[in-house]
Structures are given as C-alpha cells and as structure tokens.
Design a protein around this ligand. Sequence first.
Ligand code: ADP
Ligand code: MG
Length: 699
Amino acid sequence: MSYSQLDRPVQFLKGVGPKRADAFVGLGVTTARELLYHIPRRYDDASTVEPIGRVEVGMDVSVVGRVRSKGVIPTRRGLRIFQAVLEDETGMITVAWPGQPWLERKLREGDVLLVSGKVKFFHGRQIQPREYTVVARETAEGGVPTPRDAGTIFVTYPATEELPQWVLRGVFERNLDAMLAWVDDDEYLDPAARHRLGLPGLGEALTLLHRPTSVFDAERGRRRLAFDELFFLQLVQAQVRRKATELEPGIAHERTNDLIRPLHESLPFALTGAQATALKEIYADMQSDRRMNRMLQGDVGSGKTAVAVFAMLLAVEGGRQAVLMAPTEILAEQHARGIAELVEPLGIPVRLLTGSLGAAERREVLAAIGSGEAPLVVGTHALIQEGVAFRELGLVVIDEQHRFGVRQRMALLERDDARPDVLVMSATPIPRSLAMALYGDLDISVLDEMPPGRTPIRTTLRTPDRRSAVYDFMRAEIEAGRQTYVVYPLVEESEKVDLLSATREHERLKTEVFPEATVGLLHGKLPAAEKDAVMRAFAAGDVDVLVATTVIEVGIDVPNASVMVIEHAERFGLSQLHQLRGRVGRGAAESHCVLVAEPGEDAAERLGIFRDTLDGFEIARADLRIRGQGDLFGSRQHGKDAMLRFADLMADEDLLAAAQRDARGLVAADPELERPEHRAVREHLFARYRHRLAMYGVG
Ligand code: ADP
Ligand code: MG
C-alpha cells in the first residue's frame, strides 16, 4: 500500500505531543486519518444562538460568550454555586451552576463558552445551563479565534476529560487544512460516480463535516462517509458471495415437473403471491449452473417450509438428494413429520437423522443416504458431520439460519465433495435494509404476505395487579382443553433485580395457582435431554401450563397452545416478543397473547406498538427505530472496528442499495480489483477492512 501522510501517527501533528497522543487513543484515534474521521457529534446553528443583549427571562436559549469574571458564591443553606459572567459584543449575562464549585478550577477567564438552558430571574437575568462546552481557550500556543468568527455553525466533538472540546478544536484549527490536502489520495470514487450517487468528494465531505456552513452541509458530508462504509461492507460480502457461488460452477438442476406438479395438485391450499415469487427465484437459481446461496426470509407462519419442500422436490426430480437441517431435534422431528405428510403420498420417503438415533438405526439411515435410496433427509447438525456421505447432494436447506453462525454457514459452503445449492431460512423478520447489510453475501427472497384465513392473535396489556384475572382466563382455557405458556425473562432469581424467576414461579403456579393442572418448566440451564422431554410432553398435550424462559422462542409448533402470557414484558425487545407471540395462533382456536408489565412511559409506547400490529416487518422496523441499530448490528464492536459508525440503516436505505449494486458490479467486472483504476479501492479495502475479510475467511 502506498504510504499516505494520513497514516502518520497523530503525535506528529501540530499541538499534539506524546502525552496528547496517548489521550487520543481513548477516542480511538492513533493516526492522522483517524483524527480526520473523528467527526463532530453535534452541530449548533449560530442563527439559533442568541446575542446576549437580546436574552430575556423565560427564554430557552443557547449563547456564546467569553468568561469575563467567575467565582464561587456560598449560600445561606450551605449550597455552593459557581458563577461566571459571559460577554459577547451585545452584552453580559450571569451563568450559574448550583452545587458545582469545582468548575472554579476547570473554567478560566477568557474561555469561550457555549451554554444552553432556561433564563431565570435571579438578581437579574441568569442562565442555569443544561449543557455547556468550552469552545475555545487562550493558551500559550497562541490566540484562538472566537467561534463567531469561525462560521455560523458550532461543532461539538466527542471529547474526553483529557481531551476536552477546546483542545480538540485547537488541534483541528491547526491541522485540518493540511489533513484535507492529503485526503485526495484516499479518494476512490471518480467524479462521474460521485455525480451519479449525488455525493460530495471525500475532501469536500470532510470539510463539510468539520466546517459546515449549515447543518444541511454536515448531513451531506455524513452521507458520503456512510456510503463508503456501506460500500466496503458490501464489497467484502460481494467477494464472499463470488467465492461461494461463482468461482466453481454449481449444479444445474433439471426440472421435469414430475414431482412439483403433483405436489401443486395435492396441496390443500394455493400458494400466496409471495411464495410463488420466491419459488420462481429459487427455481431460476437452481436451474442455472451458478450455485445458489439464497436466504428465504419470512415471518413465523408465512409458509417458508412449503416453499422449501418445492425446492427440495426440484432437486429430487432432477435425480439428486435434498436435505433440511434444523437447529434442534424437536424441530427436526416436527419438520420430518410435516414434510412427510406432503411428499410421501407422491412416493418420496422422508428420512430423519439426529444425534439420538440408536446405532443400528443410524447405520441404516447412513447407508440409505450413501446409496441415494433416501432422496429427502431431515435432521440436525448431525447431518453435516463427518461420516455422512450423500450419493449426490443437490440442495441443502437450513432452517432458523441465525442459530448457525457465519462460520458454520461458510463451512457448509466449503465442503469439497460437492457443491449443493444452499437455501437458508430465517423467521426473524428484519427490514430489507438490515437484511442487505447483514447478509450482503446472500441473495434474498422475502415472504411478506401471510396465507389467508388465519384467526388473528389477540394481544392485551395487563398491569401486575391484574394477574389473578389473567390466571382465571388461563384456567378457563385449560378447562376447555387448551394449553398455555407463561414466559419469564430470567432463569434464577437475582438479588439485584426483583424479577419473577421462572424457577420460583413454576413452584408457585404449580402448588398455589393451578394445583389441578400439570405445570412444566423449561429453561436454558436444563440439560438438553430434560429440555427435550419437557417439550415433548407439552407437544403431546401432557402438560397444561409450560413455564419457560425465552428458550421456547425458536420454531416450536404446538397447535393446541392458545395462550401466551409474558411476564415483565417491558424487559423484552419487540422482535423477541414477536417471536414469543408466534408460538400461539397455530391452531384453529382463537389465540391470545397477554403482556404483563409495570406501566411506564417507555414500555407503554413499545408495548402499544406491539399490541396494535401482528406484522413482523412493521415490528422489526419499530424495534430498529427504538433500540437503534447498535443492538442489532455490530453491537460488540466499538470505535474504529464498529461495523457502522456513519451509516443509519433506516435513513440510508437508498445508499445501501446503491452500495450493494456498485460493489457487486465491481466484483463482477474486476474480481481481484487488479485494474489500475481500482487501486484506491483495493488499498482501502485491505488497509481498512482486513478484519472483515478475515471474519469471512477471504482475502
Ligand atoms: P413457516 O415455516 O414460515 O413458519 P410454515 O411453512 O410452517 O410457515 O406454514 C405455516 C402453516 O401455514 C402450515 O400449516 C402450512 O401448511 C400453512 N400454509 C403454508 N402456505 C400456505 C398457503 N399458501 N395457504 C394456506 N396455508 C398455508
Ligand atoms: Mg444451481
């Protein structure tokens, strides 16, 4: 990689010695480039900054002024108040911080402060600030311009105790021009591409961010950095995708309709439009010799399994085997049963392979898999372990793909004995933008339409004092022959948080509340065999009330269960609540979801949204809006390793689409980025995104 001035340690910048360089590490800044990308977190428009002379009692204002005098004033009650008098060219005003005498040591005469707060009457006009920043300080290094001269927008950087605002501003003041001059070497978008995307050049973007003349400028700058971030993320994923799907040819399945047509005819329902579209995409992938690497995304109950069965039959009618892998034994058994109902009438047997098969049975299944006598196999991880050799595997379907990590998915793709097509299914509805960002290496089909004729689940909110009414309702349902869930957020009681724990509540419900019913307990700390036993008993109808933690989230299907009670509902994320609610409403009876929660403003909004819609995608969008993308995306990475620092998946959907299109186009045209005009992209990719390449095992 060619050396750029921007790779120099920050230490060599003006006004940054070894000591400050150390302090910069705390902000994730070690090089000049990282400093340049340390952009303000807040912009205040000077037109909303009030000239001090015009400030009146009762206003809520921001003012900028120089500290003319200061001091600590004791009051009769012993409270010590720090006061400063701020001055600008129009007048003076007192600013007071009750109970913060230590500010005496932090603020100096001559400092320029930006303060915001309400103006009160107290021996004249006085501001008690909500917020304040030292925007400039006169030092031995030389004078600083007053912010008012610097422009009409005041920028506020992320700062620390060691590197306060005024130091950061000073460093930028003295180095920004030089750094901006160096940044042209980093530019990888040509003017035509920038124009097409409506984005500024890199140097211009950074200028807009550090020295905006309007808040709108800063947003233009941010969008450029957001695009870069999304583009390089997509570029990594485009390379992964190419490696998985294109480097070597896959299988071109032959479609005869010998099985697909009879299935259509025997199916007790017509496919939804969304299912038909997804199948068209899947068939096209499978029939081409390009390897399929596709995600089928759809809410619980949207009919993913039906789509998967058609895909598997396409593989089988073309003379190959197909396999469906589920994350747990119970789910695998459930799928095997459901799929057998559809395909065995067509003469296609379904075999089940899980870890708990007896030795003899296992041998027999493995032999059938090896000889090709078993065209359609359902199972768990046991399927991809060594010793499982298919005669000719044509399609792998993975259910609940998020339970298998990126690495497992890659491992599956890298089997060297065969290159089957891959379809992963996900019941976690996430907004399309998020799906693109997270799974840019996959093609995506979405089932955004529910099959008709479902009885909608009724959702109600109850405060804890109404719990006995909830129990009465459950009792009535149990007496009518149906089953119920009660879900708690914790497994064991914590001393710190007074939450009902599943274990303790199981005892109470069993002995005090429902002595006449069978009450089971399921939580994550039970041994796997015990979990399975409890789940089986519930599925068989031998347990009336299943007390559980969120371990029941995944795909379990007990049509007779009609009530889902969620305790401490405010503790769950919206998407999690949605998954839980999806456990009921799977049978003929009307189903209910009851959220028990303390009333509170935050929770009320979230839970209200949840009560009022059953649409998983809508809930996912609300979740993303409320929690922010950090929780969902790259939450474990911070600072310069964060996946997304500048991009906002909700606001930047258009950029994401453009980034994916351009990244895939680039990889298609110049897979190894060897052309001279792609040098900057290549260098950027390897210098700044190596860890991502490593995560996917490429590069
Ligand atoms: P998912 O796997 O997406 O949760 P399933 O494939 O299990 O959903 O489908 C849920 C239920 O809906 C099943 O009972 C299935 O038979 C039924 N189903 C699937 N597609 C349709 C359709 N187009 N019309 C009516 N019912 C359907
Ligand atoms: Mg194919």
